[in-house]
Ligand binder design. Sequence first.
Ligand code: UDP
Ligand code: UDP
Length: 484
Amino acid sequence: AMQSPEELGATANAGRPHVMFIPSAGMGHLLPFFRVIAALANRDDVDISVVTVLPTVSAAEADHFAGLFESFPHIRRVDFNLLPFDASEFPGADPFLLRWEALRRSAQLLGPLIAGASPRVSAVVTDITLSSHVIPIAKELDVQCHVLFVSCATMLSLCAYVPVHLDSKAAAGGQVGPGVGDVDIPGVRRIPERCLPPALLDLNKLFTKQFIDNGRLTTQADGFLVNTFDALEPVALAALRDGKVVADFPPVYAIGPFNSHTSASTTAKQQPAAPVCSPAAWLDGQPARSVVYVAFGNRYFVSQEQLQEIAAGLEASGCRFLWVIKTTTVDRDDKAELADVLGKGFLERVRGRGLVTKAWVDQEALLKHPSVGMFLSHSGWNSVTEAAAAGVPLLAWPRNGDHRVNATVVASGGVGVWMEHWSWDGEDELVTREEIGDKVKEVMADEAVRVRAARTGEEAAKAVAESGTSYRSLQEFVGKLKAT
Ligand code: UDP
Ligand code: UDP
């Protein structure tokens, strides 16, 4: 008998799931998506589509989208046009956060994209920032909806628990606001207000509203993919899985640490010409474990005054260093000259033992270079997992967002050392050049920290190796995709 196109679609789908990824914005969100997509695309039992919004906020995002589709021509690109969005409603808001909001407000257009795809979509994987809008749409269409959570499991427990925490405060007749307050996450840990993402100190902030909405719907998701591994966050993972944080929490697939799977052609494109002073080539010329790698992610820049202290601190430490600098929130706006940013004579004085760059680097690869001895980092979650995978000690200097929550994991998980009292964005006092120089020198010489980080690196490798915890979690996830 003849089959209708729908039936053909269903047959094509049997045992071979079609996963539609719906990522949000910012490299800290896109890179983990691309890494999971690459891991699935390298298997031959899953069809993949990726919802793509162009133009992207930053140039780095555009380059990486292009690299993904070039490396994996069989991945379908599903173009998605946003509805008009008036950003003037949120004066001064960060452009990535505005993009999240624009995506949320266009989410109703995703229904037809999901429903119209062929073969039939069996599951959607979206970002936590969009989840409260995407989950109901997937449910309506009877499609599984998973969330790829781009921060740590501890942060996931916070996101899931904050709405419960606020409701119980209100029910007890306590004062709610102006912010979320200290949060004691059942079975995980108590997070003092000063360690929360700063926006959560104000219940009226756009980020906070999104955070609470997304948190409320976490129990409606079919599963969470998290870039962590059991040995790194055993307590938070157990609490989530045992329903201690909130009852009946969906399955949590701890499948990290993710890695890049970049093809040679994309890597080559990102590291253009001038091999003489490319960071990788420069590292090749340095002694083993002698270099401090310094970087604060792609989203947060450090104030001009604080930059001066970092520069002087690195100089005073006497250590070799590779420093990746961003001076604006969005890379396209970054027109500053390094010589102006760093002050007179700095680059000349450190020539030979310090390399400073404003270019995009392949951080994941650089951290694995044998010359790198430690990582001075804002502890963005991707950076933490890359340090953990490389077994390189991380000196955590949180700057904003989830960084202090992540830093609790840096300390508890043996990734490195957390400077708990160093100030972050928006706080008045600077961390001085003396503090920075002394601490860098101290951690570089700390044998115990180094041994612990190396051990964490071994645990990370075990987790993703065949039959490791992360490997098995990924198998379980694929099994769940096939169970439709
Ligand atoms: N990154 C990179 N090269 C750069 C800047 C950033 O590879 O020049 C990567 C970094 O390795 C990490 C991600 O971008 O994977 C940044 O994410 P993270 O969570 O560390 O910080 P965020 O930028 O979100 O604050
Ligand atoms: N986050 C969350 N729920 C939300 C929105 C964000 O748990 O509804 C988490 C997300 O994982 C992110 C973290 O909060 O990593 C901090 O957000 P931030 O604005 O600092 O973004 P990022 O630095 O990750 O780009």
